[in-house]
Design a protein. Structure first.
Length: 316
């Protein structure tokens, strides 16, 4: 059964009508003009409704269960993808997908958080929250990319690293810190895309990149709005206030230089059209990779250093 948020219902209903008419138009050309009119109306309504969304409503969209996940983008953007498993120390982590593939004919490494939709998938993927072995698997991939001079694409979509006792016992913070350190010294292009949630160090472990893209209705933050509200006001019900004050949505991320580009989503959000969302992201990824390909290996590392050096405000 489709999951529909209250504020998106008028848009979803109109988009559903567009899909139904599109099927009819594929069989009868007489519906073509009506289809174009309805598509324009749906796009216009989506712009009007989504332009007024609060930060918390955008957070809800970033968590939408129908939103495309890393594997959805991998299947649409990369050819001959081969997933690699395990950290060669402890275990395989289903919350983090990693492997090699081809992007526009070029061999690349891909790493990304992966959530699940069904109960079985959510258990397998641990709701997209990696254990230490997940980040150590990512480190394996980063080092592989460095050895063979392969660009790295990472996809961020997690509430945060798993905070369980076992994860802490196996060195969760060390694994995240090591991942950040390894990414910082890479001499290959690294492009990160926040495709859903970008939560805390669990996201940053995949985010030390030359270019950081963020989808229009994604967020990137040191903490979830609920977690922030629980700390500041002792009540998760204040999450909307926290979301507004944290300034974690795409426009603020671009304004503060945390993100380099906002990737516009299809009308109604990426969850309404996975194929269109992937095509829009593909254009941004290809442009970013082309831009970075002009830099030397040492230049790529320096570019990444300077990018993060500029973040924040300094007062003498």
């Amino acid at each position: 059964m489709a999951h529909i948020l209250a504020f998106e219902r008028p848009v979803v209903e109109l988009i559903t009508r567009v899909r139904e008419l599109r099927e009819l138009a594929s069989e009868d050309d007489r519906f073509g003009s009506e289809l174009k009119r309805l598509e324009d109306k749906a796009a216009r309504l989506a712009r009007e409704v989504f332009a007024k969304l609060s930060p918390m409503q955008k957070v809800q969209l970033s968590r939408h269960p129908n939103r495309p996940y890393t594997n959805d983008y991998i299947s649409r953007l990369f050819e001959d993808f081969v997933e690699l498993h395990g950290d060669r120390r402890f275990a395989e982590d289903g919350a983090l997908v990693a492997g090699v593939g081809r992007y526009h004919g070029r061999s690349v490494v891909v790493v990304g958080h992966q959530k699940g939709r069904t109960s079985k998938e959510q258990k397998l993927r641990n709701f997209g929250m990696p254990n230490p072995e997940g980040y150590r698997k990512a480190i394996r991939m980063y080092e592989l990319a460095e050895r063979f001079n392969l660009p790295i694409f990472t996809f961020v979509d997690t509430m945060g690293a798993y905070p369980g006792l076992g994860a802490e016992e196996r060195g969760q913070s060390e694994a995240i810190g090591a991942s950040i350190e390894v990414m910082s010294r890479m001499t290959v292009p690294i492009i990160t895309t926040v495709i859903g949630e970008g939560g805390s160090g669990g996201a940053l472990a995949l985010g030390v990149a030359n270019r950081v893209l963020v989808l229009e209705f994604s967020y990137y933050s040191v903490i979830t709005p609920e977690g922030c509200a629980a700390i500041l006001w002792k009540s998760a019900e204040r999450a909307p206030d926290a979301a507004a004050r944290l300034r974690i949505t795409a426009p603020h991320l671009l304004e503060f230089g945390i993100a380099d580009q906002i990737v516009e989503e299809p009308p109604g959000g990426a969850h309404q059209d996975h194929d269109d969302a992937a095509k829009r992201l593909d254009r941004a990824l290809y442009a970013a990779l082309t831009d970075l390909s002009d830099l030397s290996r040492d230049g790529l590392r320096e570019d990444r250093y300077q990018r993060f050096r500029k973040l924040g405000a300094f007062v003498a």
